[in-house]
Write a protein that binds this ligand. Structure first.
Ligand code: ZN
Length: 318
């Protein structure tokens, strides 16, 4: 039987992997990671679940994996339909234009979540942290329509300049290690994609206001226990143990149990975590990059309480 879905929306580089890992410490919650990237994950050699097992033998993903591996034609069709209906800007219009294909896509989502859900008999809440970057912008709305279960959206927002610096640093690290140089045009892409991902997340608020909660990364790192308590109310679950846990994690690194996150940030394989805000963009991001971020995304960032001045940290000190 299908369960409640918690969907983490917004732009990446905002702390969603850690948030999902924290929620999944609750015995009734399981983190599935960026489920929209399942097809991409399967294309990698030795695709691995966050639990440490290859997808082919992970107790949660193996039946989905086996079925997709053996039905190549079906897999390609589902992959195409997912892209068609979830992508910004026309996915929602396409869903109305092609009702039969949309039904096929819906049945795929139902099959996917039912298969995973039946492998997790004790979990009543499944987390999909695909977020709402343009290729999966409309995904939470489709999940709510197709699955016929409550889909609760946590819209995670981080200052666009923090996201930009995080992407640039990721590129630098990749270059230092001689790997693929990461995201091309990282600062431009962040400045253009950040407002889309966040505005689309708010479209969900208009459709299902009672199933939407916005959390700012900056508030989470400042008072994680308070944010956990608000999540407790939103999800109608007792998260007091998680609130105590995050309070402890402000001063000491703690081991979090692994989840079955199928794709996403590499932090899904990490064991120890400590909660500390990363505001290094304030000293590291260059003037022209800040300006680019603010010109492209400032009009959306202001809605969430960010100002041009938050660049020097004066707000938090005040
Ligand atoms: Zn697993």
């Amino acid at each position: 039987m299908l369960k409640t879905i918690v969907y983490i929306a917004g732009y990446g580089r905002s702390g969603s992997t850690l948030l999902e890992r924290l929620l999944a410490t609750h015995p009734q919650i399981e983190g599935l990671g960026e489920v929209s990237s399942l097809f991409r994950a399967m294309e990698q050699q030795e695709a691995q679940c966050a639990c440490g097992e290859p997808l082919a033998s992970c107790p949660v993903w193996k039946s989905v994996y086996a079925q997709l591996q053996t039905q190549e034609k079906q897999k390609q069709l589902w992959k195409k339909l997912q892209m068609r209906f979830e992508a910004f800007p026309l996915g929602m219009a396409f869903a109305r234009l092609w009702p039969e294909q949309y039904q096929t896509y819906c049945r795929f989502l139902q099959w996917l979540f039912e298969s995973v859900s039946s492998a997790l008999p004790t979990a009543t809440v499944l987390v999909d942290s695909s977020k709402t970057a343009w290729p999966m912008a409309w995904r939470p709305l489709h999940l709510a329509k197709c699955l016929q279960v409550p889909v609760k959206v946590i819209h995670l927002v981080r200052d666009v300049r923090g996201c930009m610096w995080s992407n640039l640093r990721l590129n630098n690290q990749a270059a230092e290690q001689g790997e693929f140089s990461g995201i091309p045009w990282a600062s431009f892409r962040t400045a253009l994609h950040w407002p889309i991902a966040n505005m689309v997340a708010q479209a969900y608020q208009h459709a299902y206001p009672e199933h939407y909660l916005r959390i700012r990364y900056e508030d989470f790192v400042a008072s994680p226990a308070a944010v956990m308590r608000s999540l407790s109310d939103f999800l109608e679950m007792d998260l007091s143990a998680q609130a105590a846990l995050v309070d402890q994690m402000r001063t000491q690194a703690l081991v979090l149990p692994r989840t079955h996150q199928v794709s996403g940030n590499r932090l899904r394989f990490r064991d120890q975590f400590k909660i500390r805000g990363d505001f290094s963009w304030r000293t590291s991001l260059q003037g022209h990059q800040r300006l680019l971020a603010w010109v492209c995304a400032g009009f959306v960032a202001q809605r969430y309480g960010y100002t041009w001045k938050s660049a020097d940290g004066s707000e938090e000190k005040a």
